[in-house]
Write a protein that binds this ligand. Structure first.
Ligand code: CZF
Ligand code: MG
Length: 201
């Protein structure tokens, strides 16, 4: 069974390719690019929606995995959470929101609370859908966010996120470090044995 990743996010694709030992194809190579509406109320629901949509189009010969993820700040009652990719969209009417729009909106939200640094965590839900059934696993990464962007590695909110145990942002730290500690890396460690079991069936 061919392994397909149901994401349109280039940063996620790069990280999955770095972390997976088996070949992984983005869905756009097989089906072209299109948006999948994320109507779920949780990371798990949205991950399943994305993986099921692609699996239903490709059929039984494929094993489809997806990632729904985001950053949450306790000081903002868990926002932006599942809305991380769409956080600044309500302020921008005439074009699609970018990672930078979202990053600076969150920096401004931290500043508006009068804070320079505050706890935050990333969540990733990875869904696996195949003819043998559906699975969802989760991973988390805890740390702090700061009131400025530092470094240009990673993607999204990484330039403002300092993982626990480090004194630099994920924008400044090596990809190798993010791979070991990230929400996506943790979830993928749980997903890998399931993927292997399904591929060998
Ligand atoms: O700095 C970051 N480092 C990360 O490691 C990370 N993981 C998630 N995020 C943020 O959360 C949204 C996910 O939303 P999301 O799961 O719907 O993905 P997406 O819409 O970008 O792509 P798709 O997979 O849905 O096609 C992303 O856009 C990012 O803003 C991250 N930001
Ligand atoms: Mg999305």
């Amino acid at each position: 069974m061919k392994l397909v990743l149901a994401t349109g996010n280039k940063g996620k694709l790069r990280e999955f390719k770095q972390m997976c030992e088996v070949e992984i194809t983005p869905f756009s190579e097989l089906l072209g690019e299109f948006d999948i509406e994320e109507t779920g109320k949780t990371f798990a629901e949205n991950a399943l929606i994305k993986a099921r949509t692609i699996y239903e189009k490709l059929g039984d010969d494929y094993l489809v995995i997806s990632d729904d993820s985001g950053i949450s700040l306790p000081i903002l009652d868990g926002a932006p959470g599942i809305y991380s990719a769409r956080y600044a969209q309500e302020d921008i009417k005439d074009r699609a929101v970018t990672d930078k729009d979202n990053l600076y909106k969150l920096i401004n939200a931290v500043k508006a609370k009068g804070l320079k640094r505050t706890p935050a965590y990333y969540t990733a839900a990875i869904a696996i859908v195949s003819k043998y059934g559906e699975y969802v696993v989760h991973g988390w990464m805890h740390g702090d966010v700061i009131d400025e962007a530092r470094g240009d590695k990673g993607f999204g909110y990484d330039p403002m996120f300092i993982p626990d145990g480090f004194d630099k942002t994920l924008g400044e730290l090596d990809d190798e470090i993010k791979k070991k500690i990230s929400h996506r890396g943790q979830a993928l460690e749980l997903a890998k044995p399931i993927i292997k079991m399904l591929k060998d069936k």
